[in-house]
Design a protein around this ligand. Sequence first.
Ligand code: BMP
Length: 250
Amino acid sequence: MEENSKNKQSSIILALDFPFQGRLERENLLAKASSLLDMVSPHVCAVKFNHHLTLPLGIFGGVQSLVEQAHRSGLLAIMDCKVNDIGATNTAIAEYYYDAGFDAVIANPFVGWEEGLKPIFDVAAKRQRGVILLAYMSHKGAVEGYGQTVRDAETGIETRQYLAFARKAGKWGADGVVVGATVPEKIREIRFVLGEEVPIYAPGVGAQGGSVEAALKAGARFLIVGREIVHAADPAVKAETLRQKAELAK
Ligand code: BMP
């Protein structure tokens, strides 16, 4: 990611998300996604996929060709599947996405390490791919889970759930953590706990009210942007504007 970001001079990750499409519109979805990716590629360093495309297109039927297109354009491809199950199931999920060419998957730390996340990290190590963990999500309800005060199972010390996740992400060797751009104060706290080694990926800029400057100043390394670019009158111009804003704010 660092190398790509340097080459592209961009810290922006495109979230290639389209709203629900009816049966007729779905026929054009792959072409639409491919064309948008083509337009925006010069301005971003990676592309993040979500269920918006894997559900209607399938991984090997359609999304894999977009991943290949992203790679040809010099972008990395992240699968935002928020893996969240027992180890055997997580292994199958990660294997399928890595097999389709994804460079990293996003996983949910609430499942814990043994028989939860560890199997995903094992697959990633075997295939030389990445695992990014959620630490504090961008929506309001995140406070009910990530924001809870908990007693750490190992140390018995009271802490905030998101700080415990940040510490564990460092210990487990995660390739990044996701923290909402909407909560720059949480980005700042998590950056302090994590140090400079583990990059923070911040979604929530634009459509969810987060700001480029606030997220980067608080310590985010990459900004994930979907609707602000995808629904813009000119997605390439919007992506370039965000790219420049981020370069100035860094
Ligand atoms: P948008 O810029 O349109 O709000 O899209 C943000 C993207 O990041 C969506 O794919 C969403 O599912 C994802 N995301 C998020 O918004 N907040 C989080 O905390 C974690 C996410 O993965």
